[in-house]
Design a protein around this ligand. Structure first.
Ligand SMILES: C[S@@+](CC[C@H](N)C(=O)[O-])C[C@H]1O[C@@H](n2cnc3c(N)ncnc32)[C@H](O)[C@@H]1O
Length: 300
């Protein structure tokens, strides 16, 4: 029996597939990212993850998978978009069941006639719980079992989804590392929290070594009417800082193409006028040659 809530999720996902525009860019029912848009490889490789407890945005699931590859065993992941729960579980099952090549065939978009191939889905579905397999089964039915239609549908943000960028952004998409991920994923505890960033303090646990908020801070204007940085600090960052363990780090801003100011959090002067002791990691961007990205964090 599929319960009422699961039925709503399926109905909303079908609407998205069929091009019915949903209300918000980032809401309970919004498009999925198939892969991260950040250079996660660029900054995760500079952080020690072994046995660390983390809280991270879910999105495409790539923050979770890269953290597991690097040795994190206890992960809580949150997202306002409920579809990310279904996609994360699909990706985890695919890591467990598929070969490296089949994993790429299943998820990559560009020049790929095997994208979300139904035969591959049937293989990996043995690792899905009933709720998740029902969801995907219904979506496959909707596209007449044509995975390519599903993968190219408006269920996903498909702009800039090039194979090269996605391979560069993810450590686990290296073939040897993918085999290590298959091993590491066996003993990991992953908890999904359906939560907005604003509410996260009320839903999450505590004693995290790292908290990753991705680039959600680019959208502060959808959370607050004014004093964006001050409100970000008071309503989100200070309460979440209390959830860190000693020496824990809270990664609260991701800047694409350093120097290009697209939102208030890209302006270092303004950020530093509100937040004290801001630390940063700079690394090559995947959005263009010679460009750099930066992640800002504070420590407990
Ligand atoms: C900010 S987006 C952009 C992609 C991201 N840079 C990545 O690499 O995955 C990532 C995820 O954040 C989620 N998100 C956006 N705003 C949010 C909010 N206010 N609270 C919780 N999650 C949010 C979206 O639903 C999406 O799945």
């Amino acid at each position: 029996m599929v319960n009422v809530l699961e039925n709503i999720h399926i109905k909303k996902a079908k609407e998205l597939i069929n091009g019915i525009p949903l209300k918000e860019k980032y809401g309970t029912y919004s498009k999925l990212y198939s892969f991260t848009t950040e250079n996660v490889a660029g900054y995760y490789s500079k952080i020690e993850f072994q046995n660390k407890k983390i809280l991270t945005v879910c999105g495409s699931g790539d923050h979770v998978l890269n953290a597991i590859l690097l040795g994190s065993k206890n992960i809580e992941t949150f997202d306002i978009n409920v579809f990310t729960y279904y996609f994360l579980n699909l990706k985890i099952a695919a890591v467990k069941e598929l070969s490296y090549q089949d994993f790429l065939n299943y998820f990559l978009l560009e020049n790929n006639s095997h994208a979300m191939d139904y035969k591959l889905y049937v293989k990996l579905s043995r690792y899905l719980n009933k709720t998740v397999s029902n969801f995907w089964k219904e979506l496959y039915k909707e596209v007449h079992y044509n995975g390519n239609v599903l993968r190219n549908s408006p269920l996903f943000h498909n702009l800039y989804d090039t194979n090269e960028k996605k391979l560069m952004s993810n450590l686990y998409l290296n073939e040897n590392f993918f085999q290590s991920l298959k091993q590491n994923i066996k003993g990991v505890q992953i908890t999904f929290l359906e939560s907005s960033l604003l509410d996260l303090k009320n839903h999450c646990g505590n004693h995290y070594d790292f908290i990753f908020l991705s680039n959600i801070s680019d959208y502060l204007s959808s959370m607050f009417n004014k004093n964006l940085l001050e409100n970000y600090q008071d309503e989100i960052i200070n309460p979440l800082k209390k959830k860190l363990s000693k020496n824990g780090k809270l990664f609260f801003v991701y800047q694409y193409d350093v120097g290009n100011i697209r939102s208030v959090v890209d302006d270092m002067e303004k950020v530093k006028s509100v937040f004290s002791n801001v630390k940063e990691i700079t690394f090559p961007s995947v959005i263009g040659k010679k460009k750099q990205d930066k992640i800002l964090y504070i420590e407990e």
